[in-house]
Design a protein around this ligand. Structure first.
Ligand code: SAM
Length: 214
């Protein structure tokens, strides 16, 4: 996934009709329904990587608007290429660090948040950078609708244990938790595999998942 220096990726992103331009992002809070031209729910994936999950989700759920967020241009480029092969009107991308997520979506504007195989940042001093950390949960609390849900999947047991421990201090509760998603019939219903999920489950790793709310 470390494809950070593909020549021209920034230029492709700057010209792509699928990417919301950095220059207009600060005007986006509260305008996402207008941007999609409908009042359908808004689901976002933070750290979407090459975008397989969100592209499949958008295809399967045309009545939901999806926004994929990715920090690195060269990774986002792969998601753009997928859209060029199969364009979907209900999917847009943002290239940004999710630290600033509450500057891009208005309070309660998002109906669901997906975190899939987030970077583990194993050193303690980097805990605040982990996408399921209490610091990020505080940002999600602002943009997620009161009755909204956040779903997180990973094969990294240390990261998952950390994420579960962060819930109470951050004021969130678990609606569902599994430590072996692929053997959980209920939670597997409608499961869309991510690139990392396919790779790590093929290696025999169990996939952990939670669905949380406040
Ligand atoms: N979600 C994909 C999957 O499951 O196949 C990709 C997982 S990959 C391990 C994590 C992705 O999250 C990388 O593409 C990384 O660049 C992105 N990422 C990590 N921290 C981020 C942040 N703060 N803001 C936006 N994207 C981030």
């Amino acid at each position: 996934m470390r494809l950070r220096n593909i020549t021209g990726s920034r230029e492709v992103i700057a010209q792509s009709p699928y990417v919301v331009k950095e220059a207009v992002l600060e005007k986006c809070p509260g305008t996402w329904h207008a941007l999609f031209g409908n009042s359908n729910p808004i689901y976002i994936e933070i750290g979407m990587g090459k975008g397989r999950f969100i592209h499949t989700m958008a295809k399967e759920h045309p009545d939901i608007n999806f926004v994929g967020i990715e920090k690195y241009s060269s990774v986002l480029l792969r998601a753009i290429q997928k859209m060029e092969e199969e364009e979907l009107p209900n999917l847009k991308f943002i290239r940004m660090d999710a630290e600033d997520i509450a500057k891009v979506f208005g309070p309660g504007e998002v109906d669901r948040i997906y975190l899939n195989f987030s970077d583990p940042w194993p050193k303690d001093r980097h805990a605040k950078r982990r996408l399921p950390s209490r610091e990020f949960l505080g940002r999600y609390d602002v943009i997620l609708k009161r009755e909204g849900r956040l779903e997180f999947k990973t094969d990294n047991r240390d990261l998952f244990d950390f994420a579960v421990e962060e819930l109470e201090p951050a004021g969130w509760k678990a609606q569902a938790i599994t430590y072996d998603l692929h053997r959980d019939e209920a939670l597997m219903q409608g499961n869309v595999m991510t690139e990392y999920e396919e790779r790590f489950s093929a290696m025999g790793n169990a996939i952990c998942k939670y669905i949380i709310y406040r």
